[in-house]
Design a protein. Structure first.
Length: 163
């Protein structure tokens, strides 16, 4: 198995599978073929016994392991399960996530532009920038505004001067 194909143990597996079973599973391929089936059944039986014991001892034990105590959003769930997937599956999840985020951003922009009163789309888009990027954006915006003001004569001054 390549390093990239290895996945971490899930919190459920960490809770229900003792470390000695991990060792036995690692040595499974070195056991003779006729001994593999009984060994596999014994491993699964021990895991089942541990699972039942965990839920008898504390039914909410798995929920307490979770960082999220409320119903997770789709984003939270995808972020939580991604490390346990194969690289190809991770790539698919990332593509789906990127697509969903793009759709969500488009919907937000449409909603904001339809319901905005006095705010420009530029102001709306600034909200997607980090604070440092917002500062930089303001600086460039001021520079461009000053250049624009300097290059364009003020129509009010032209009227007063009679030009």
């Amino acid at each position: 198995m390549q390093e990239s194909d290895k996945t971490p143990l899930t919190p459920f597996d960490e809770l229900t599978t003792p470390s000695y079973l991990h060792l036995i599973k690692l040595m499974f391929s070195f056991v003779s073929p006729e001994e593999r089936q009984p060994l596999a059944i014994a491993i699964k039986f021990i895991e089942l016994k541990n699972t039942v014991s965990c839920f008898k001892a504390s039914p909410s034990l798995l929920h307490m392991q979770s960082q999220v105590h409320t119903t997770p959003s789709l984003w939270e769930m995808l972020n939580e399960i991604t490390p346990y997937l194969r690289p190809s599956e991770q790539k698919s999840i990332q593509q789906i996530t990127s697509t969903l985020q793009a759709v969500q951003m488009m919907q937000s922009m449409q909603t904001a532009s339809a319901g905005e009163s006095g705010r420009s789309q530029t102001d709306f888009l600034k909200n997607f920038l980090s604070p440092e990027q917002q500062e930089q954006f303001k600086m460039y915006e001021n520079v461009f505004q000053q250049e624009f003001d300097a290059s364009c004569p003020d129509p009010e001054n032209e009227k007063k001067e009679g030009i």
